[in-house]
Design a protein around this ligand. Sequence first.
Ligand code: FAD
Length: 478
Amino acid sequence: MSFAPEIKGELIEILGAKWVKDDPVTLFSYRSDALTLHPAPPMGVIYPGTTDELVACVKLFHHNGISFVPRGAGTGLSGGAIPRDRSVVVEMFRFNTIEEIDVANRTAVVGPGVVNLAVTKAAAPHGLYFVPDPSSQKACTVGGNVGENSGGPHTLKYGVTVNHVLGLEMVLPDGELVRLGGKAWGVPGPDLLGLVVGSEGTFGIVTKVTCRLTPIPEKALTMLGVFESVADACRTVSDIIRNGIVPAALEMIDHIVIEAVEKYIGAGFPLDAEAVLIIELEDLKDGIEDEAERIREICRANNAREVRLAADEAERAQIWRARKEAFGALGTISPSFYTQDGVIPRSKLPEVLEEILACGKRYGFRVANVFHAGDGNLHPLIPYDSQNPKDVENVFEVGREILEICLKAGGSLSGEHGIGLEKAHMMEQVYNQDDRDNMIAMRTVFNPDDLLNPGKIFPNPSRCSETKVVRGKTGIAV
Ligand SMILES: Cc1cc2nc3c(=O)[nH]c(=O)nc-3n(C[C@H](O)[C@H](O)[C@H](O)COP(=O)(O)OP(=O)(O)OC[C@H]3O[C@@H](n4cnc5c(N)ncnc54)[C@H](O)[C@@H]3O)c2cc1C
């Protein structure tokens, strides 16, 4: 099913024929994001170029009861941008302007289609950067980061996207344009901005983001701890934090991923190690070397075979390239793999990782791990054969069991990839019916007809229409 002719005609009038598509190739291309396990083609795709155009399209959808879903770069791993119910995909890449870098206020005003890394590149000449650094930062957009409240390796010290967004402009599902927050902290009243960041494109379509910029640290040191056992590497993570040191990043890569990364990039990681820890310190010049020495001691006390310090910027960059391209490197081992995202208390890393490996083994999968160890944010990667229906069925099952292991350990369903379509059915394991109803009621304030990105976060979208909440003003109308 593509656009009804009269709807297509109106969309073309608003956007021009070039920016309205419903041919089979387009519908196929937009059937999934980076979660390829739940494909669903859209009714069509639109590419608005201005806020006025977007508002006009949203009003048209609202008037005709057509559901729609915003999309950034489509790198989401929980199916947030998958067009369930044949929703129209609203592709936001044309909102790709960096409008302002305000050095005095340390802010950047950017369109949601701006690629994450581009913000840092634009701020760097002023000694500033945008902290959220998902490993996908060369491709993912600021709009997607806001949608998912994305994290990254440096979340451990600096927090996630919500800690680095000061204001938003967005279009509500009925076409009303609102602003939340601004250039300063401390907007009175409930924190609506905090609610919208991480709402996975179900509250409104973001059209402008005011990002907080942070000074580039005076000095950064990157260390590589090499371990003969994953358990020793895990204990090192807990011991570093127990000793009062909060590194900027504390990332773990296991043996399978080391092999893949070496094949792909050749970063110089030892192929016979069971795990490596990337430990990054960022601070003032004074004192940072002492902290590095304390970390070295903690690594050695946990049987590290070697602790290397990156000698220069080139070596640092190579270590980070290896970490950030690790998911891609897995392609050298298997053409398909499923990435999970769960959180556990970091002190439980050794036993939980063991349980996860055993769980994979029961189904014949060799689970690989590369993750934000300091946050206890696991990313088990399960290589599978997408052409084998039994493998597909099993990979779902392993993913579900992994999350149950995380919940049993006192953890949570997602550290940064969101709930999306993928984990909606597991929300009832975390929240009781009252809690879920309250959260759905909150969404209904913004999205009363559930036309915006239906079926995400909560499994039963029809409940939204049963929840009677009258929407008042949710921001400052513009
Ligand atoms: C190789 C790889 C590595 C990754 N590493 C990380 C990582 O380290 N940390 C991390 O957190 N994530 C990571 N991710 C996941 C993903 O990159 C992030 O979730 C990212 O923020 C998604 O951005 P996007 O532009 O691709 O958004 P999309 O995938 O297009 O959309 C994501 C969600 O945001 C919503 N959305 C998009 N644009 C808007 C808008 N303008 N207004 C409102 N809602 C919107 C969508 O509806 C959807 O629900 C990784 C993914 C890959 C493939």
